[in-house]
Design a binder for this molecule. Structure first.
Ligand code: GDP
Ligand code: IMO
Ligand code: MG
Length: 432
């Protein structure tokens, strides 16, 4: 039995989907434990390219079980559409995908409230994915949510919505000047969605515990990135998932204990990207930033919203910080091929804040926003790495770059990806 948690070490979109897709071969269960359909994980296989928002990346292996854990917020429309698309493209989902009866439901008022909140924030808008995720998690924490167990029980749903909708209407009408929602219409619409999802709903914590007892390997697929975490990210420009997407959140979001986790794999991009607002010390708004975004296959545009990603050099201060808060035991470095054409490459090893050199991330938002990166320059390799499959066949400068990042992370880099396709990956050593 083993449990591996895969987390994003930056601001999301590190390539977690493609790494989980590789590791899933060795697992029996692949499970999501946090976030919602703000996530967008790209998987490329023999059936084509997929962008998964809620379904775990293991779904493409017919013999794997996939779980959406209690920590995930589920928009029933998005999930049903994702299932339908997968089935249309030849992926069997029934009897292989299970959703926790404790997972919370994203409701129509969450989307309206988020849109209004973002407008009210004006120039301080977070730049959310616009999916209603924060109000849904706020309701979970505020004990005003609706869970999968309610959604699939028409009587419970009607009773809960009779309380929730009039209350939300007060906000919609009085605070935001929006149209109220009709209780009956929401009840009948969501009862129908509940009926469609009922076959998938289970006590998934028991399912996973049973699997662990019988010796199965469970891969826990993190969403987002640690720099978007509520506690440790660049607050307030973070996401509101509870549990958080950092490795510790995997226990809460799946119903397992800390002693059951064997290792944590941190996924890092060979440089940094971010979508949405908030500080990003190494951001480059010049032609180098454009080259990082546009160079190489699969340019840097959000998998969920299509927004251009902000790009910059690898932030070693932030990476060291996230490696530690997640307790990573191993790492994967993705998109190394994007650096192929740069004559030299910078890595941020410290920040200058108020004239002081610091090597950890300041908690103070203003300090973080004013942090000036201190760079170390490494030579580029000016060679195509996309066909390389063995570490020793990488140009010496590319090997040195990987080793440099490894020292920052203080964990072995086990996998290096050099292109978006499944086989474009160099395995250096076993993850555990
Ligand atoms: P996730 O949210 O962490 O799963 O990452 P996304 O799927 O949002 O973004 C990663 C993007 O990089 C996707 O378009 C992948 O197809 C692509 N990708 C993954 N690994 C590599 C790689 O090694 N090289 C290149 N060029 N693209 C990659
Ligand atoms: P994956 O799993 C990148 C960002 C949004 C915004 C902030 C808050 O694909 O790595 P939210 O809608 O969550 O309230 O937005 O968080 N964000 C992500 N950025 N990848 C993600 O997921 C993200 N999920 C949320 O862009 O800045
Ligand atoms: Mg993504």
């Amino acid at each position: 039995m083993s449990v591996i948690v895969v987390i994003g070490g930056q601001w999301g979109d590190e390539g977690k989907g493609r790494i989980v897709d590789l590791l899933a071969r060795e697992a029996q269960i692949v499970a999501r434990y946090s976030a919602a359909n703000n996530a967008g994980h790209t998987i490329i296989n023999e059936l084509g390219e997929f962008k998964l928002h809620l379904v775990p990346a293991g779904i493409f292996y017919p013999d794997k079980i996939c779980v959406i854990g209690n920590g995930v917020v589920v928009d029933p429309y998005v999930l049903l559409q994702e299932i339908a698309e997968l089935e249309e493209r030849g992926v069997e989902v029934k009897n292989r995908l299970f959703i926790s009866d404790r997972a919370h439901i994203l409701m129509p008022y969450h989307k309206i409230i988020e849109e209004m909140d973002e407008k009210l924030r004006g120039k301080h808008a977070i730049g959310t994915t616009g999916r209603g995720v924060t109000p849904a998690f706020a309701d979970k924490v505020g004990r005003a949510g609706i869970r999968m167990a309610d959604l699939i029980d028409p009587e419970a749903l009607a009773a809960t919505l009779a309380l929730r909708v009039p209350y939300k209407n007060l906000y919609l009408e009085k605070l935001y000047g929006a149209e109220p929602l009709a209780v009956d219409a929401v009840v009948s619409e969501y009862s129908e969605l509940g009926a469609k999802l009922r076959p998938y709903v289970q006590d998934t914590s028991s399912l996973v515990q049973q699997a662990l007892k019988s010796g199965d390997t469970v891969l826990l697929e993190g969403a987002q990135g640690s720099l978007l975490d509520l506690d440790f990210g660049t607050y307030e420009y973070v996401t509101s998932s509870v549990p958080s997407s950092v490795a510790a959140g995997a226990c809460l979001g799946m119903g397992i204990g800390p002693t059951q986790i064997d290792t944590v794999l941190g996924v890092y991009k060979a440089y940094n990207t971010r979508v949405g607002a908030g500080p990003m010390p190494t951001e480059l708004t010049d032609e180098i930033g454009d080259l990082l975004r546009e160079g190489g296959p699969r340019p840097e545009y959000g998998s969920t919203t299509g927004r251009p990603r902000r790009c910059g050099w690898f932030d070693g201060v932030a990476a060291r910080f996230t490696a530690r808060i997640n307790g990573i035991g191993a790492a994967a470095l993705t998109r190394l091929d994007v650096l192929d054409s740069f004559p030299s490459i910078q890595v941020c090893t410290a920040y200058q804040v108020d004239g002081q050199v610091v090597d950890t991330m300041p908690a103070n938002s203003a300090a973080m926003a004013s942090a000036v990166p201190v760079y170390e320059e490494l030579p580029g390799w000016n060679a195509d790495t996309s066909e390389v499959r063995r570490f020793e066949d990488l140009p010496a400068q590319a090997q040195a770059y990987v080793r440099f990042v490894e020292e920052i992370l203080e964990a072995p880099i086990c996998l290096v990806s050099v292109g978006p396709e499944r086989d474009q990956c160099i395995s250096i050593k076993e993850v555990m």
